[in-house]
Design a protein around this ligand. Sequence first.
Ligand code: NZQ
Ligand code: ZN
Length: 381
Amino acid sequence: MNNFTFQNPVKLIFGKGTIAKLATEIPADKKIMITFGGGSVKKNGVYDQVVAALKGHNFIEFWGIEPNPKIETLRKAIEQGKAEKVDFLLAVGGGSVLDGTKLIAAGIPYDGDAWDLVLGKAPVKASIPFADVMTLPATGSEMNSGAVISNLATKEKFAFYNTFPKFSILDPQTTFSLPPFQVACGIADTFVHVIEQYLTAAGISPLMDRWAEGIMQTLIEVAPKVRENQHDYDQMSNYMLCATMALNGFIAMGVPQDWATHMIGHEITALHGTTHGQTLVIVLPALMDVMREQKKSKILQFGERVFGVREGSEEERIDRTIHATEEFFRSLGLATRLHEIGAGQETIDEIVRRFNERGTRLGEQENITGDVARKILERCK
Ligand code: NZQ
Ligand code: ZN
């Protein structure tokens, strides 16, 4: 097991009616900027609950943080936050609103252009405190310090790290209004977060393995129920907690990780605007196939414990496990091939070009280069 330091300070406030707790969770003397996406919160009543809870607080609103939040939009929020001397941020929406808010929080005390912070040209030295009301279970952003920011002008998409949210409010009732496609992508994103902290080599940490397998088994169990009835509070709660637990560091202690599927997926989104979870389920089965030798012990364990694949030779079991993974994604109603989302050879060539230019080396053994990425992408054409 690798050495590690674990600290996760996020106060998680979970359950029915918890948005009302905003009234006491944010100090009364703060100048708050509430950040929103495109308006879903006005239709599902979340906005009204937030405003009611913050009655008597001093706040301004910033609207229009889009899916895959764009630096171009966030620069405007940072400018406004500076001018209005905002000293607390509250993100209300999905992972994009929260991720964008993480950059706004770091951008307000920073003198230069916030894109420097995303590129790592300048370190994040200060951040104003931020919190969230999360309405889409997927990213785990409510309990981690990461954020993924896109650049419209350069068609790039990169992750950066700030501090953690002060608190996160998760009321599963807010998810009842999600479009089914976003639910499918959220389940897929959660599943792939878990598998990218798991699918390396067997025998390193039985505890991390079983936690990870437990989340994936839970997702497979709740997915059809959630898709059948999005108003089932208990099932939506299970799904929501899976998303949080998938990317808050709990299943990453002391184990190697492989974020290649995410890194390739981000490029697909940057080039095509494809929804994040959708990109991942195209890449993952292909990556499992191309990396089957290196990941053999873990694919076999995954197949047996998560999908009950026990019959046949090792190679047959690996094939069946990859097939079962792809079938699970298809059962969510998602595409698992590039051509289904309108991406082709040009996209593959551009991603490989970018990886080669950047000297990208992904995976737990840092051996997924541009050339290996090509094999993966050719496999899921
Ligand atoms: O903008 P509004 O009108 O609010 O609508 C949103 C948006 O159109 C809608 N939505 C959200 N909650 C809703 C709802 N509609 C109805 N009812 C609700 N309760 O859903 C659409 C998508 O929202 P978005 O925030 O983009 O989705 P998600 O939460 O999946 O976030 C995706 C972004 O997070 C990044 C992705 O790369 C992508 O940019 N990620 C962030 C991570 C992190 N911070 O740790 C890790 C992930 O791997 C991921 O990369
Ligand atoms: Zn993700």
